[in-house]
Design a protein around this ligand. Structure first.
Ligand code: ADP
Length: 402
């Protein structure tokens, strides 16, 4: 079964083509960037990366180019687009409209615009991709929405209820939904493999630290709490996103600045977080470099980031009554020994220890970074949300055909 996975952002479209027969095999992958600006598309096949500067005025143009690259006879990836058995889209917030992972049909397609308010950085662009697929592949090719929120559907009420008045909660479906679910689930499964233990026996705390950041408590393989609540700006502070915020601060700013809600939303999504403290960034590499060069604001940002993550780890250690392992993943979690060390510093009384040499040498690959025999194992594990989306797309197609 050939499955194409698409993950769209406002100016980008990540893609990965899998052959899902038996062991999943990546046939090709790449990224279209600067959509609507100028355009740049990469294609990697068998480890060889090519870059194309064709203009990309729209997401549909990007998808058209991706299909052309994948079906170019010179490359022998796909003979024809009819070889594609399905497309899996990353969909950030299934919310109450869509619920969980699903194949797209007329009814689901109509619900999609209702999700845009919740994930303005993601779902409008997923919609563009879905329409581009329908236009260029035909409506008969199954398309799946695989939601970041699905893995967190197992949270108990005490974790997901938001203590607002019932009428407001119900009218706006306000509760904790959680995000990065496919990533948390993937690294939890990988951690179980590395520990050589069944996932349903393990309590884990997974830290997805990338452009967006979230921490999840996983009890016996199921998400029981997670740091992002209703939207992707809550929880730990991120490169430009605020993270948890005393709600009074928002009311105060709106009132005293005479600011429109959309303006404040822009500040909370794009002008807050680590960059707002550091004065540089938001890429953590820039912030770490500035801190290493003695920039006090950048040092504050790094310390705040590590401390806020550590507090979630402490909270989830309590929620789970102890954890078997802690897992770091995504761009920062996989690549920054400094952040991992800062987060775990001073947690030895919880049995959480770091092996400095292992931590330093583990960058962009899976590895144990705690000493052997420590009560809590610590791992860095590269995430693979695309593979999870491809697997789920196959499962949904097979269920429909059964
Ligand atoms: P997303 O998919 O959410 O955009 P990623 O998981 O790719 O994000 O993570 C992106 C972030 O990872 C970047 O903002 C950067 O801060 C961080 N990052 C990537 N490589 C490194 C590194 N070597 N050291 C520290 N941080 C890194």
């Amino acid at each position: 079964m050939k499955i194409l996975v698409l993950n769209a952002g406002s100016t980008s479209m990540k893609y990965c083509l899998y052959d899902m027969g038996g062991e999943a095999k990546v046939l090709a992958k790449g990224l279209s960037e600067r959509i609507g600006i100028d355009g740049r598309t990469s294609l990697t096949v068998d480890g060889e990366k090519m870059v194309f500067d064709d203009p990309l005025p729209t997401h549909e143009a990007a998808f058209r180019l991706i299909l052309a690259l994948l079906t170019d006879p010179a490359r022998n990836i796909l003979m024809d687009i009819r070889e594609l058995n399905g497309v899996g889209h990353r969909f950030a917030h299934g919310g109450w409209h869509i619920g969980g992972n699903t194949l797209v049909n007329g009814e689901i397609r109509r619900y999609i615009p209702g999700c845009h308010d919740l994930t303005p950085l993601q779902s409008p662009y997923a919609e563009l991709c879905i329409d581009a697929c329908t236009a260029l592949l035909g409506a008969h090719v199954p398309q799946a929405l695989v939601c970041d929120t699905s893995f967190h559907a197992t949270m108990p009420k005490r974790a997901y209820l938001t203590p607002l008045p019932k009428d407001l909660r119900e009218k706006y479906h306000i509760r904790r939904y959680g995000f990065h679910g496919t990533s948390h689930q993937y690294v939890a499964e990988q951690a179980a493999l590395l520990m050589n233990r069944p996932l349903p026996e393990l309590n884990l705390i997974t830290c997805h630290l990338g452009g967006g950041c979230s921490v999840t408590a996983i009890e016996k393989g199921r998400s029981v709490d997670t740091s992002m609540e209703y939207s992707g700006i809550s929880g730990v502070p991120m490169g430009t996103r605020i993270g948890d915020l005393d709600p009074h601060i928002q009311c105060y700013i709106l009132e005293h600045e005479g600011m429109a809600p959309a303006e404040l939303q822009d500040i909370l999504y794009h002008r807050s977080g680590l960059r707002a403290i550091a004065g540089v960034g938001p890429d953590l590499r820039e912030i770490e470099a500035a801190a290493a060069a003695g920039n006090e604001d950048a040092k504050d940002a790094v310390e705040l980031f590590c401390y806020r993550i550590k507090k979630y780890i402490g909270a989830y250690f309590a929620a789970l009554n102890g954890a078997d392992a802690i897992v770091f993943t995504a761009g920062i979690g996989e690549n920054s020994p400094g952040i991992r060390a800062g987060v775990l510093e001073g947690l030895d009384r919880l049995g959480i220890l770091l092996d400095t040499a292992r931590n330093e040498s583990c960058r962009g690959k899976a590895g144990k970074i705690s000493p052997d025999g420590a009560p809590v194992a610590v791992y860095a594990i590269p995430t693979d949300e695309e593979l999870m989306i491809a697997r789920e797309t196959v499962r949904l197609i097979q269920m429909q055909n059964a």
